[in-house]
Design a protein around this ligand. Structure first.
Ligand code: C5P
Length: 215
């Protein structure tokens, strides 16, 4: 399936809503590069933690000196990084340092980019914007499955995951710079009762309806 031009597709939404899964498959089907912008904030947070620094303190210097190797580490998805990433992501200096990097990536040849502020700040003129959501309970279960490879049947553990996710969303949505929120022209998709394949087909239908896909 070929896009009619080098599309920029923004996929935003809260934690563990299925943005990454969708963005990756869309990129693959459409032959576009994929960027997970959460990894940038995670990599900054990882460096902060490794240096024994406080994630509440200004981490701009870590963001400015981020290298490709930092993004390829396999310890960027640990729970302590989730929380620290959300704290460094509140900082205007960190966001400014990462902004041009994201824009440069998209402008090279179009891209599917997932994050929190892609449709509102990074690419306000994106060809297409999706905002993916799901209820906290569903997201907590998905996050658990991603981490451990099976469903969580312990309600206490699940509730702890719900609290962590809700706290992070609240932090992301209430910050002054580039808060988590849908762009005014985003297509909203709630994924509670949808499979990953359903969501992919839904988004492809929208792209087709808007004339953004060739036959
Ligand atoms: O998407 P992921 O959960 O990997 O993102 C980690 C954290 O990075 C988020 O909680 C959010 O604080 C931050 N983030 C952001 N803007 C983005 C992507 C991620 O603030 N575009």
């Amino acid at each position: 399936m070929k896009p009619t031009k080098k599309l920029i597709i923004a996929v935003d939404g809260p934690a563990a809503a299925g943005k990454g899964t969708l963005a990756k498959s869309l990129a693959q089907v459409l032959g576009l590069p994929y960027l997970d912008t959460g990894l940038l904030y995670r990599a900054v947070a990882r460096r902060v933690i490794d240096q024994g620094a406080n994630p509440h303190d200004d981490a701009t210097v870590f963001a400015e000196s981020l290298e490709t190797d930092d993004l390829e580490r396999n310890d960027l998805r640990q729970p302590e990084v989730d929380q620290a990433a959300s704290l460094v992501a509140r900082q205007p200096g960190v966001r400014a340092a990462l902004l041009e990097r994201q824009r440069h990536f998209g402008r090279l040849g179009g891209a599917v980019i997932d994050g929190r502020d892609i449709g509102t700040v990074v690419f306000p003129d994106a060809d297409m914007k999706f905002f993916i959501t799901a209820s906290p309970g569903v997201r907590a279960q998905r996050r658990y499955r991603q981490r451990y490879g099976h469903d969580c049947d312990d309600e206490t553990v699940l509730q702890k995951e719900v609290r962590a996710i809700t706290e992070r969303d609240q932090q992301d949505a209430s910050r002054d710079v580039a808060p988590l929120k849908p762009a005014i022209d985003a297509v909203m998709i709630k994924t509670d009762h949808l499979t990953a394949a359903d969501v992919l087909h839904k988004t492809l239908d929208v792209l087709r309806e808007r004339g953004l896909l060739g036959s």
